[in-house]
Ligand binder design. Structure first.
Ligand code: SAH
Length: 398
């Protein structure tokens, strides 16, 4: 196995269990690792620090183990997936009759950097963000079969959009496992008792945004008697909760035609009257421009990540400010705005500042009623605070 020797003093972050080794911290590479290989990481004095996946780029190793256990054998994957499942059990998600979809593995948050697995009532959809995880996908699939047994209906690999494309991998999405008789590319799942159709082959990411589960429930609890505008609605997650909880009417807006079609199917699935909702394929900013003031007294603003890397931070903050100013200026007096950012590089203080500037721009009186986060199954490793990415504010606009 290749040995990565760090420069003097550069072992500190690993001793604090931070799971990344930056290329600048490396003194010597003993061997010729290919991207995705498991390598050993050692301090300058030769003491063992960790095993991890080697990769090309500023992060050179993503740690799989600090303890020296065998990370190459099948037992490693079974043990790690069992541990991840235990966390979801502890959070009340793994055998909940009202919620049968959750994130099973959340990368660094579960000690498996570069791996995402979402569970949709027996269907596991995985996305590898690193070559190491991509190469391990057969072993990961075997481990899922071992851990879940008969409960597992299928394992679908959807890494074509997430694995490093420069690595020259054979990136074709597809099933790694299908139980006898399983044939669909979509199925109905339950989230807090709300019904959703999830299609992992056609949908964005793994098919559904599981990270908004608790925030959707909060929207539901505030929806009674309100007229709701759900901007960047994707397949209508927030809309379904609002309508199931007494919203007078919900308009759902997304620029993706496929997403808007799914909103329509989710409305039908939940049996809502046609005159209580409309599904609109449009640019959210353009749509907001033409929204009459006072029409909506609850708005959800949940855009895609405006900053995917640090270089895009300033532009992203300006974009959050513009978007939120438009929403705050249009919401009816006494209205609520649920506003979110899922950009990892925009921290909660920076996001709050952008929303503060937006509010100031409108001149309206605005109170923060709640600060919103990602849920427990999008676990944050305490040694890897970068894993916290979803933040939101619930605003009351007088
Ligand atoms: N709120 C959603 C998730 C939103 S993800 C949920 O609960 O499931 C972000 C969505 O924004 C995606 O569906 C994407 O298609 C949409 N989108 C991206 N740019 C947009 C734009 N300019 N106007 C409207 N929608 C946009």
């Amino acid at each position: 196995m290749t040995r990565i020797i760090l420069k003097k003093g550069r072992e500190e972050s690993l001793r604090r269990f931070h799971p990344w080794v930056f290329s600048g911290a490396i003194a010597q590479v003993v061997g010729e690792p290919a991207e995705g290989d498991v390598v050993g990481v050692f301090a300058y004095d030769g003491s063992f620090l960790a095993y991890g996946h080697y990769q090309i780029g500023s992060i050179a190793v993503r740690v799989l183990s600090f303890s020296g256990e065998d990370v190459l054998g099948p037992d490693f994957w079974t043990a790690m997936i069992s541990r991840a499942l235990k966390v979801r059990e502890a959070a009340g998600l793994a055998s909940n009759p009202l919620t049968n979809c959750f994130r099973l593995v959340h990368g660094e948050g579960d000690g498996l950097p570069g791996l995402i697995i979402d569970w949709y009532d027996g269907v596991c959809v995985m996305q590898a963000h690193s070559v190491g995880m991509f190469r391990a996908k057969a072993a990961i699939c075997d481990a899922l079969r071992t851990v879940f047994g008969d409960r597992l209906k299928a394992v679908y690999d959807k890494s074509s959009g997430t694995a490093p494309f420069k690595a020259g991998l054979d990136l074709v999405d597809g099933y790694l496992f299908k139980a006898d008789g399983f044939s669909d590319d979509e199925q109905v799942v339950l989230e807090n008792g709300n019904r959703f159709l999830v299609n992992w082959t056609e949908g964005q990411k793994t098919g559904f945004f599981l990270d908004q589960r608790e925030n959707r429930a909060l929207v539901g609890s505030c929806s009674k008697g309100r007229t709701v505008l759900n901007l960047f609605c994707y397949t209508g997650g927030f809309s379904v909760y609002a309508l199931n909880n007494g919203a007078l009417r919900v308009d759902s807006v997304d620029s993706s035609r496929k997403a808007v079609e799914m909103v329509g199917r989710n409305m039908e699935l939940n049996g809502f009257d046609k005159d209580r909702h409309s599904d609109i394929c449009a640019d959210a900013i353009d749509f907001l421009r033409d929204v009459p003031e006072d029409k909506y007294d609850l708005m959800i603003v949940d855009p895609p990540a405006f900053a995917k890397h640090r270089g895009a931070l300033n532009n992203a903050l300006r974009a959050y400010q513009r978007l939120n100013a438009a929403a705050i200026s249009k919401v009816a007096p006494g209205g609520l705005v649920f506003t979110f950012s899922c950009s990892q590089v925009v921290d909660k203080e920076a996001f709050a500042l952008a929303v503060f500037s937006a509010a100031a721009q409108t001149g309206r009186s605005v109170r923060i009623l709640d600060r919103l986060n990602q849920p427990a199954d999008h676990a944050v490793n305490i040694y890897h605070p970068e894993g916290e990415y979803l933040k939101g504010l619930l605003l009351y606009v007088e």
